[in-house]
Design a protein around this ligand. Structure first.
Ligand code: MLT
Length: 322
């Protein structure tokens, strides 16, 4: 009897009638970091117009811990009915397998990718009173500090952690790492001078860099950002091998009906075409996905390529950090 009931339930969940009715109630989007950080910022920018398109509120739930893997693990285990989605990124769905031997999910297998929300270039930032005034001076300073410098990040495997250990391995430095539940809280401590530096997504730090309340030394993308036109690239500043960019993307649990995923992707794409979203993302320095980059299939390919790319690099960087 039980099997029959389950089969009947699955048939209803995956049938066209279910998709037509979806969403019939509010949707939860797990953001696996503290409120106010880059993942939270991107989630809230795209979720609002998505709610309007879907006709149901998307409720953001911040579930922080373990570099974002706590929240993603919880979301991955939720019912695959479209009412629990998540904002993942290059850390949770690219770097994490290299840094968590017992990761409870496989980014390439355990999700229904919905779509890319934003590309988020990485910026090397320091506290306002940092003695360095350019990347070369920063590197010279970092090398002299040994473990006396404080390097902030959002937990092992996060974007700020994985791009941070990569920078340290290139500089040959071994700072003291200060973990946070997100780079939102980390930025607060940097602004009060409690941490020395971090590598963070531009959407989190751009306004503080523009206001001069923190320093930026370089951006790790091939070209400068229109949001920070005076900030040199790492290539211009003498560290060409440090070229790294992050991204934020929406995922649903594996097994979410294809029609439901398509509705979520459609709402996301409409959000990316919203003039207000585009302006907000441009102001934040985000790089908007275009055309084919916006499809669920493109996100699946991105996750597969990012896991393959980052696993050897981060295993080596993590070994060097010991
Ligand atoms: C990270 O991976 O560093 C996170 O994106 C930081 C955050 O969103 O707070």
């Amino acid at each position: 009897m039980k099997k029959f009931v389950l089969a009947a339930a699955m048939a209803v969940l995956s049938g066209p009638a279910f998709a037509q009715a979806y969403p019939a109630r509010p949707i939860t989007m797990i953001v696996p970091f503290a409120a106010g950080g880059p993942t939270d910022i991107v989630a809230r920018v795209v979720a609002e117009p998505m709610s309007k398109t879907l006709g149901q509120t998307i409720v953001i739930e911040n579930v922080a811990g373990a570099g974002g893997t706590t929240g993603i693990t919880r979301a991955a285990g939720a019912p695959a009915d479209g009412y629990m989605i998540m904002m993942g990124h290059m850390g949770t769905h690219g770097a994490a397998p290299a840094l968590y031997p017992n990761l409870k999910y496989d980014p390439t297998k355990d999700f229904a990718p919905v779509g890319l929300a934003a590309g988020t270039p990485i910026v090397i930032v320091g506290q306002k009173n940092h003695p360095a005034n350019n990347l070369k001076e920063f590197i010279d300073w970092a090398k002299k500090q040994g473990d006396k410098s404080n390097h902030a990040h959002a937990g092992v495997g996060s974007v700020s952690h994985s791009t941070g250990i990569l920078l340290n391995s290139l500089m040959g430095t071994k700072p003291t790492f200060i973990p946070y539940t997100g780079t939102g809280p980390a930025l607060n401590d940097m602004m009060s001078g409690q941490v020395d530096y971090m590598t963070d997504q531009i959407v989190n730090v751009v306004s503080q860099v523009q206001a001069g309340t923190i320093k930026a030394f370089a951006i790790a993308t091939p070209a400068r950002s229109p949001a920070l036109p005076n900030l040199p690239t790492t290539k211009e500043a003498g560290l060409p091998e440090y070229e790294v960019s992050a991204w934020n993307a929406i995922f649903a649990p594996k097994g979410t009906p294809a029609d439901v995923v398509a509705k979520l992707n459609d709402a996301l794409v409409k959000s990316l075409d919203d003039a207000g979203v585009k302006k907000r993302m441009d102001d934040l320095g985000a790089v908007m996905p275009q055309g084919a980059e916006r499809s669920s299939a493109a996100l699946q390919k991105l996750v597969e390529s990012e896991v393959a790319r980052w696993t050897p690099v981060l295993k080596a960087a993590a070994a060097a950090a010991k």
